[in-house]
Design a protein around this ligand. Structure first.
Ligand code: GLN
Length: 326
């Protein structure tokens, strides 16, 4: 598929997916974080970022929603950038838990590893690693600056979401202190958890997520600003983490069906990466039981299926595949 073909076919598939799924029912806004229950449920946007910096957008792609667990991706990259992929593997790990994102059982089972930076335990541990350690403001600036570098535009915390999440994150408090018990948190546990909660409360648009995905897909080079945000060899590491645990206990089914490494968040966003080809994102608040946006999954499944964008397909076989129907 030539680049221009990809652009046209992608936009057509995005429009079709939006029409096809915008009226569909299914799923429910997250409500364990009270703020999220009140986000309008019918918002629905799809965006994609191509290597030339073109951003394709359909629907509600300028609405700022809570990034939530998608934020685990930039922080994991930043930890690898500041230390090394090997050190993140040693200190956190890269094994899928097969369990819900906030599982305490997973920590007990793998007491010597939080297991992956893309579940709550590993993400809190990654926040604890971010330099400068011992300096909450410095860490926060490093994380926000990195996210802005990936998106090529500014982001801000949604204060009400941060408050709502801070008032109700009892389970995450237990995780932070359990990690301390196992020697798997590398800074003050309460401060590391607060950084994690703040990063989850960042407001982001589907367009910004698509550019973040594009920067990851294109080896750490932001296709809009043309700045090098992280070392190219980290792309396969982060994409492998997204592929193995991006949808928590549903990750295997997702990957089997789509071949799209992606990461979801309970704010309703999903960010997908096809290395070297495209970064793609979708947003719609109602979630399935594992905490993954129903419409965003359907849209990405439809689009990548239609275009044959599957990381496991032989390169020449990037054309419509039956797998999309599974
Ligand atoms: N901030 C949320 C939490 O810690 C993120 C969860 C998610 O998006 N899956 O519970």
């Amino acid at each position: 598929m030539t680049h221009n073909n990809l652009k046209d076919e992608l936009l057509a598939a995005m429009k079709e997916a939006h029409t096809r799924f915008s009226g569909s029912e299914g799923g429910k806004n997250a409500d364990y974080i009270p703020f999220l229950a009140n986000v309008p449920s019918d918002l629905f946007g799809i965006a994609a970022c191509l290597p030339d910096g073109d951003v394709l957008a359909v629907g509600d792609t300028d609405y700022r929603f809570g990034i939530e667990s998608v934020s685990k991706v930039p922080t994991a990259i930043l930890a690898m950038e500041q230390y090394s992929a090997g050190e993140v593997l040693d200190r956190i790990g890269a094994d899928a838990t097969g369990l819900p994102f906030n599982s305490i059982m997973a920590i007990l089972l793998e007491n010597d590893h939080p297991s992956t930076p893309l579940v709550n335990a590993g993400a809190i541990s990654a926040c604890s690693m971010i330099k400068p350690t011992g300096d909450a403001d410095g860490k926060w600036k490093a994380i926000v600056g990195f996210i802005e570098g990936l998106c090529g535009s500014g982001v801000e915390v949604i204060d009400e979401l941060y408050k709502s999440e801070s008032e109700t994150n009892f389970n995450n408090k237990s995780i932070a202190w359990l990690l301390k018990n196992y020697g798997r948190i590398y800074d003050d546990p309460d401060m590391s958890l607060d950084i994690y909660t703040r990063q989850c409360s960042i407001g982001i648009t589907a367009k910004q997520l698509a550019v973040m995905a594009g920067t990851i897909a294109f080896g750490g080079s932001n296709p809009i600003t043309c700045k090098h945000v992280f070392k190219p060899h980290l792309t396969p590491h982060i994409v492998s983490l997204m592929a193995t645990v991006g949808f928590y206990e549903n990750t295997g089914d997702w990957l089997f069906t789509t071949g799209l490494p992606a990461k979801s968040g309970v704010g309703g966003g999903i960010m997908g990466v096809i290395p070297g080809v495209v970064g793609i994102a979708a947003f719609a608040p109602p979630l399935d039981k594992a905490g993954n946006s129903v419409k965003a999954q359907n849209a990405l499944k439809y689009i990548t299926g239609k275009l044959g964008l599957n990381i496991f397909a032989p390169a020449g076989a990037r054309q419509p595949v039956k797998a999309a129907k599974v």
